[in-house]
Design a protein around this ligand. Structure first.
Ligand code: 13P
Ligand code: ZN
Length: 274
């Protein structure tokens, strides 16, 4: 391999950054992305990785991720620039044996550090890794406009928010059957919001940050990006419906039950009204 950016996981990661930017979810440095590399990914990238950079505090503890490698966007870096110059805007970090420190082993060649939301990304990864037996590998944070707008209008409550977005397209409950969790407005970038978000990750793959954006988790780049895209599309339809004066009719409550049965999905029963 002559270039690390030719590796499949790199190409897919860069593709998500580019597509998210194209869709308007990443103004300036808004949003961030992380990927927990597999042993094969690490082996394929090994010739490009370097030990020796200083170990830095993560800002929280993730013992369940000791010695894992992550590809992650840089703090203050613009998603728009990721495909133009990956080595300046993203990096590979290794978590230490204690799960409290990281070391940059590739990337950010012009300086910088991983995203300020690294505590949230890693705490979410730790929980999803444990819950899914290692299947989940991607955590994605974006600032999609319609979703953010809805956090000023819908009740900031998991059931109400989820049900409203389930109603906005028939296949939405199939894409996020467990629903959406809401983190009330908090200062971003630290351990407190990481704890609040990761608690929701025990139950959901989607967590809203009120008046800020969205976190999605998934096994692959396609699943995680597709989830973000589906939730934002639901939010867009909701904004249109509200702007047209509100619903005149909607999916019948029993329709959700029928859908779950026919699509063989485990719909969050607590979020139904029947
Ligand atoms: P970073 O540039 O540090 O990734 O922050 C962007 C962001 O969206 C913070 O929530
Ligand atoms: Zn953000």
């Amino acid at each position: 391999m002559s270039q690390i950016t030719e590796l499949k996981f790199m190409r897919e990661f860069i593709g998500v950054c580019a597509e998210g930017y194209r869709l308007g979810w990443h103004e300036r440095n808004g949003g961030n992305l992380s990927y927990r590399m597999s042993a094969e990914d690490v082996a394929s990238a090994k010739e490009f990785l370097q030990d020796g950079a200083p170990w830095q505090d993560i800002g929280t503890e993730v013992p369940g991720l000791k010695n894992e490698y992550f590809l992650v966007t840089g703090s203050g870096k613009h998603m728009r620039n990721v495909p133009l110059c990956p080595e300046e805007n993203i990096c590979i970090v290794k978590v230490d044996e204690s799960g409290t420190k990281f070391q940059i082993q590739w990337g950010l060649v012009a300086g910088g550090r991983p995203t300020s939301e690294l505590p949230t990304h890693l705490m979410n990864h730790e929980i999803k890794k444990q819950l899914t037996g290692g299947k989940y590998r991607v955590i994605y944070h974006a600032h999609p406009g319609n979703l953010i707008a809805l956090t000023f209008v819908l009740p900031l409550e998991d059931k109400a928010f989820t049900h409203e977005l389930w109603e906005m397209a028939t296949e939405n409950p199939v894409v996020f059957p467990q629903g959406i969790g809401i983190v009330p407005w908090m200062v971003p970038g630290g351990r407190d919001i990481a704890i609040a978000t990761s608690k929701l990750m025990y139950k959901y793959d989607v967590a809203v940050w009120a008046h800020h954006g969205l976190f999605c988790a998934g096994p692959t780049f396609d699943d995680t990006f597709g989830l973000m895209n589906t939730v934002e599309k639901a939010a867009e339809i909701c904004v249109k419906v509200k702007s047209m004066g509100g619903k005149c009719q909607t999916i019948p409550e029993k329709g959700f039950v029928q859908l779950a049965k026919d699509f063989n999905i485990e719909l969050n029963q607590g979020f139904l009204n029947c």
